[in-house]
Design a protein around this ligand. Structure first.
Ligand code: ZN
Length: 131
């Protein structure tokens, strides 16, 4: 068996950057739209390759739900869809508020949380906009 390629797709690249504590999204050089989740081709116009750019991290909660969990398992947490100002939507959670306090339309800021070497994008409610 011969090794012809290393696993370096867009998703693998995105995760390895996240694991270093950095959050990057993609930007299409042709149609100028931002792209997330990572892809090899622009989902809007099919162009490749896409560029990696750092988003501002600012976004707005589009939808939110509370996942109920026993206290001994870590307690309730929220799952939300956030629209970044760059125009892409991602699923995450808001970390600095009680799960039930997160509301649609809330302004949030992305932050990378690295746990045991694995990076994850979470959000904090922006100052002055906490419930
Ligand atoms: Zn494009």
């Amino acid at each position: 068996m011969t090794e012809t390629s290393t696993p370096t797709g867009a998703q693998a690249h995105h995760q390895s950057v996240l694991d270093q504590g950095r959050f990057l999204i993609q930007h299409c050089p042709d149609c100028q739209k931002h792209v997330y989740f990572p892809r090899e081709l622009c989902p809007h116009c099919g162009a490749a390759p896409l560029n990696w750019v750092a988003p501002t991290g600012h976004g707005t909660v589009y939808a939110v739900t509370t996942v109920r969990r026993k206290a001994e398992a870590g307690g309730d947490f929220n799952v939300c869809l956030v629209d970044l100002d760059e125009g892409v939507r991602l699923m995450s959670r808001v970390d600095n508020l009680a799960p039930q306090a997160v509301r649609i339309g809330q302004r949030v800021k992305a932050r990378v949380q690295v746990n045991e070497g694995r990076g994850l994008v979470v959000f904090d409610a922006e100052k002055g906009d906490a419930a």
